[in-house]
Design a protein around this ligand. Sequence first.
Ligand code: KET
Length: 432
Amino acid sequence: MAMAMMIRNAAASRRAMTPISGDFGGGLRSMSSWWKSVEPAPKDPILGVTEAFLADPSPDKVNVGVGAYRDDNGKPVVLDCVREAERRLAGSTFMEYLPMGGSAKMVDLTLKLAYGDDSEFIKDKRIAAIQTLSGTGACRLFADFQKRFCPGSQIYIPVPTWSNHHNIWRDAEVPQKTYHYYHPETKGLDFSALMDDVKNAPDGSFFLLHACAHNPTGVDPTEEQWREISQLFKAKGHFAFFDMAYQGFASGDPARDAKSIRIFLEDGHHIGISQSYAKNMGLYGQRVGCLSVLCEDAKQAVSVKSQLQQLARPMYSNPPLHGAQLVSTILEDPELKSLWLKEVKVMADRIIGMRTTLRESLEKLGSPLSWEHVTKQIGMFCYSGLTPEQVDRLTSEYHIYMTRNGRISMAGVTTGNVGYLANAIHEVTKSS
Ligand code: KET
């Protein structure tokens, strides 16, 4: 269903992007006709929900669309560690350009979170890494790198996935294939179908993996399953590209959430990673992240990094400064870092608490359906199983905004709105 929607959206965007044809050879054309054939782009399936929410004047409205953390009063959160870093940076007059690869200090500290504090790969300088425009920028830069240096390759993407993955690899002109991931009946991982797809893909294929807290399903492989996936990748010579946008949101502990990556590293894979501080440091609008590629040796890492920089240069030249300064200030100070770790845990725990309350509320209302998956799934999202039609009713009758694939951003659920949300969900599902 979601896939069909995505394909429709992709087709619509291609139509909307059809270039204008006409006389560009210096002939006369009316000034008003330049963009005549440009049609409106389809609404983004996630950010379009925020737009619709903002336009709704209802006092009852609830936004569980975008994956952005809110406190129990429904307010955006600035972490205390970030406030303290802001205080320390106040008055800084350093406004120079960062290098094309961004802040080297921020990148070093960020690599430790993914590869481990004592990683031999960091010591041996085998990782080509640059600061990126958050996780989206890291994915896009990797997709462009893949296209430039492995021009005939494809990317295998899970079904379902974050909708923007499709746009990113489409715009990088890398053909997309899909692999099985979620089983709608069990509302869990379709492990055997996933393994079959990994096995049947041509040797040496590129795969996009969610490192933890899979979006939108909230379903991750177990540690044992990751080990099996890694072994099969090895046998097939596949390349694993990890998108890690939610490090800390699965278990409450960033180190534990990097387990999938550590397993692949132990097995000797040369992986790529996209990291983002949007969610786990609440730096959404600062756009701070990192792309890394583990190379064979330090010499190769120098080459790969230089090419990543060369991709960045004509696109945005160099990344923004302030977010990188905040991250460095927090992660290089042991006290601020431990405050950050505590705050990540608080965010993760509040979401887990809301999962329990939402499930219990639905059960108390006498819902005939099973809501076990609400508490079983992890991370920011609950893949509720609501149909697009039921989501439409939630929006039109109850002013509840979520993506049409039935994804609920649990980060937007609060003590104040959980009862209203449960009641509305019960009303639209009780006859199904
Ligand atoms: N990867 C995944 C899996 C992801 O869910 C997001 C954001 C990103 C990368 C990019 O985040 P960035 O802010 O570029 O670091 N997802 C949420 C927001 C969005 O769609 O942009 C969401 O799914 O709601």
